[in-house]
Design a protein around this ligand. Structure first.
Ligand SMILES: [Zn+2]
Length: 177
């Protein structure tokens, strides 16, 4: 079951750039137990509350390889998905999409990624699943799996663009302190 039943969860803190936890490489989940299922539920809840379309465990301070996502517009009904130890096993084509991230505040930019990916992983029951994704789902999966390796979408930008964002963020943080 890739799609867990949606339960009420706890709203977790979402860490934002430049918090070092976002740079940690997440460890594979060895045992999918109640704690992991609970965490995935809480991540889904946190993602919907944000709101966002995807969330990786590092973003809530857990260095475990877990991602959750749901690309369906809210009015079409929730479609919660969770994937443990996700891995891109095949990728092709190229697509540029404007991306944003719950951990990178007030910023979006065009990022070039693979247009189609095949991803495998485990569902919350520990069953092996694989999915072929294209369009926004393919982009979302690459973005979230990047998080698990400590990579943010701004790392895909030119050094100049990244420097501009850092400068803007510094100003903003100064203003709010
Ligand atoms: Zn993100």
């Amino acid at each position: 079951m890739l799609r867990p039943e949606l339960k009420n969860g706890n709203k977790l803190k979402i860490y934002t750039y430049p918090d070092p936890v976002l740079r940690k490489k997440a460890e594979p989940v060895k045992v999918i137990d109640e704690r992991i299922r609970r965490l995935a539920q809480d991540m889904l809840y946190t993602m919907y509350e944000a709101p966002g379309i995807g969330l990786a465990a590092n973003q809530v301070g857990e260095a475990s390889r877990i991602i959750v996502f749901d690309l369906r517009p809210k009015e079409n009904g929730r479609h919660p998905c969770a994937l443990i130890n996700p891995e891109i096993i095949d990728a092709e084509g190229e697509v540029t999409t404007e991306e944003a991230c719950l951990s990178v505040i007030d910023y979006c930019a065009d990022v070039k990624r693979k247009a189609r990916v095949r991803v495998k992983g485990l569902d919350l029951e520990g069953k092996e699943v694989s999915l072929d994704a294209e369009g926004l789902l393919a982009v979302c999966l690459q973005h979230e799996i990047d998080h698990l390796d400590g990579i943010l979408f701004i790392d895909h930008l030119s050094a100049l663009k990244r420097a501009l964002y850092k400068k803007r963020l510094k100003k903003k943080l100064k203003k709010s302190s």
